[in-house]
Design a protein around this ligand. Structure first.
Ligand code: MG
Length: 420
């Protein structure tokens, strides 16, 4: 069996310009009639770079290759491209790797979880996102998600004086609005690439514990609660926050400090028993290894489409297992539908699964990618069909519009840059 063709698509996950990221999708065709594999990579804000790398440099190496040799092809892309690693290559490799695993499963007539060793559990605990511009709004959002059936919920609230964001450590205010002038330059306009938002750590550090005090009072122990700091704190600030959150028994505190500061996790560990999750900005097993072997985290959060695909993520899970580090593989909407399906298959088959973030794909996206993992009563299950179990409507996929996506620039009141 040989690979005969590689098609690359960049599909908008939202129809609204600026409304969401895009998904680099790969279709690998073989010389076996009807046998194709699908996969996706990811790099929000750099999706076209991933697609171009695949089209110009990786696809030519695939033509004529045996699609059964998944590990060897992965090694070839990581090592024979000389420069190794990096987020663009990790995203491009992921798309191809997932498609090759899809082919392997279809050829065997087995769902991917079966090829990975079979189920270790029947269903996967998932968590929803709840947010609000006030504590009361976030409480209402948590209650609504609990009503829908979620048993674990990530809660974020805007810092008072700063507008709510759809992600991030409690929202940020558009610079130039509200109190102060922020850091908005005089000639800035509303183009998303040039929008500046403002945020301050001190009021955030006062607000987050107040949110969880209120939430525990409201929901008791009926749901697990999680919180994402988005890399915005110093180790000692994160230590203060994690200690103050201890009475509210978080499932985990996510990305408390910049991911590059691996020694900073040691400071955090010395000060708190709040479980720590990190890894969505890692893109290889090498990135997360010191945090795992140092017992500096409790949950590893690499993303399937951002860390080299199934071949790399299953190794990360295996590396974490003897250290009792569990998985919380990243799963926001930009993970992409095919990578999410692959993640669910892996989650089912590993002993150290912890929890799964819910991307909550829109109905429109689910029409393009049919047979995505099913959610019910707080848990995900995988398709029982061979491979990923996802049928892609290629005509609908081609209609998905690409819109450039930009993360906001976030600065402090004095103009200092903050992580988004
Ligand atoms: Mg996060």
């Amino acid at each position: 069996m040989r690979i005969t063709n590689v098609d690359v698509f960049v599909a908008g996950l939202s129809r609204t310009p600026g409304g969401g990221p895009n998904c680099p999708v790969v279709k690998i065709t073989t010389d076996e009639p009807g046998l194709v594999g699908w996969g996706n990579g990811a790099l929000s804000g750099g999706e076209q770079a991933v697609a171009t790398l695949i089209e110009q440099h990786l696809a030519p190496r695939l033509i004529g290759a045996d699609p059964d040799r998944v590990e060897d092809i992965w090694q070839m892309f990581q090592r024979s491209t000389y420069w190794r690693a990096g987020r663009v290559l990790a995203g491009a490799t992921a798309a191809i790797d997932i498609a090759l695993w899809d082919i392997k499963g279809k050829r065997a007539g087995l769902p991917l979880y079966s090829l990975l060793g079979g189920k270790c559990r029947e269903k996967l605990l998932s968590y929803a996102h709840a947010s609000g511009s006030t504590i009361e709004e976030t409480v209402a959002s948590v209650l609504a998600n609990r009503e829908r059936g979620y048993r674990a919920i990530r809660a974020q609230v805007a810092t008072p004086g700063y507008e709510s964001g759809s992600y991030g450590a409690g929202g940020a205010r558009r610079a130039g609005g509200g109190r102060g002038q922020g850091s908005r330059p005089a000639d800035a306009d509303e183009h998303p690439a040039r929008q500046v938002r403002t945020w301050e750590p001190t009021p955030y550090l006062r607000t987050a514990p107040a949110l969880f005090e209120r939430l525990r009072a409201e929901v008791g122990d009926t749901v697990e609660l999680l919180h994402d700091v988005h890399d915005r704190l110093t180790p000692i600030q994160a230590s203060q926050l994690a200690r103050e959150l201890e009475p509210y028994h978080l499932f985990f505190l996510e990305d408390p400090i910049p991911v590059e500061n691996k020694d900073g996790l040691r400071v955090l560990r010395e000060h708190t028993t709040t479980p720590i999750a990190i890894g969505e900005r890692y893109n290889s097993k090498y990135d997360c290894l010191p945090a795992i072997t140092g017992q500096l985290i409790d949950y590893v959060r690499n993303g399937m489409s951002k860390s080299g695909g199934l071949t790399e993520l299953r190794k990360i899970a295996a590396l974490a297992e003897p250290f009792q580090v569990k998985t919380a593989f990243q799963g926001p909407v930009d993970i992409g539908p095919l990578a999410f399906a692959a993640t669910v298959h892996l989650d089912l088959a590993i002993p150290n699964f912890g929890i799964q973030e819910d991307p909550h794909f829109s109905g429109e996206v689910q029409e393009v990618f049919q047979g995505l993992p099913q959610w019910a009563d707080g848990y995900y299950t995988a398709s029982e069909r061979p491979g990923l179990g996802v049928e892609v409507d290629e005509a609908l996929l081609r209609e998905r519009p690409y819109h450039p996506f930009f993360f906001p620039v976030i600065r402090r009141e004095d103009g200092t840059l903050q992580d988004p």
